[in-house]
Design a binder for this molecule. Sequence first.
Ligand code: UTP
Length: 300
Amino acid sequence: MAHVRKAVIPAAGLGTRFLPATKVVPKEMLPIVDRPAIQYVIEEAVAAGIEDFLIITAPSKKALEDHFDRSFELEALLESRSKDAALDEVRRISELAKFHFTRQGAPLGLGHAIGMARNYVGDESFAVLLPDDILVDQGALLSQMISQHAETGSVIVAAGHYPLEEVVSYGVIDPGEIKGDVINVNSIVEKPPIAEAASNYGLAPGRYVFPSSIFDAIDATKPGVGGEIQITDAIASMISGVGVQATLNRNDRYDAGQKLDWLRATVEIALDHDELGPGFRDVLAQIIAKHDVTPAQSTP
Ligand code: UTP
């Protein structure tokens, strides 16, 4: 089976959970320490062997295109001031992979956004990564999913084990046989009522490996939860065909489209940062001492 070299990044959503920061700035461009959130996701995919990206954007998100393009003016300025490290970093971004962009037009759902990639993908298998889901695993999960797809030809989704109150905000899996990190999927339901959740396994982080037949499934999918074309419904329709398997993610993940989790990502990634980590550790210790930090539920 062919090697997966293309990825689609749906980034046309409105980012309403992060307003007002996202009124003008796309949520994918909010920085986590020193890089915009989407750059972590691109670097993760590159580490898993992806060479070519289609980013699905919206009219207000031109910053995404500019970020992954060359910036001759900035590069010339950095060169003239001998800022070599900054120059290397800026050049490296546009050299990470090949980037293509298309606009979704209207935010009609994740399934609709992925459907925009049909011509770009052709008849290859491809990956989809949601740019607000941050993993710091150097591409380990996506590599595992790509290998699983190469072995089986099935749709491969990433899954995690979540508390019941949380799992119902994702697609919820009814699992069949579970072998190590591989879960056979019997059915999936998008955002079910809590009483109807089949398990604690949910479709997050947002990582998928699809055969190109997903596009026919998307075309046949009617609007679902929230009146949107849900990718979960298209995936569910493929269970009886090529089959669907989930790879269990055992690493930490951050939902950078959500304020509290963005803060957690910022603090943890800063602590692990080669250059900033040691200094930030001291700053954090001082903040904790100053604010007498104890969990909110323990205060009377
Ligand atoms: P989310 O629902 O998490 O993103 O969609 P959102 O709509 O931007 O954010 P909120 O809920 O209003 O805060 C998951 C991913 O799917 C993309 C989003 O950009 C995000 O990366 N998406 C969603 C699209 O590209 N198009 C859509 O029509 C819907």
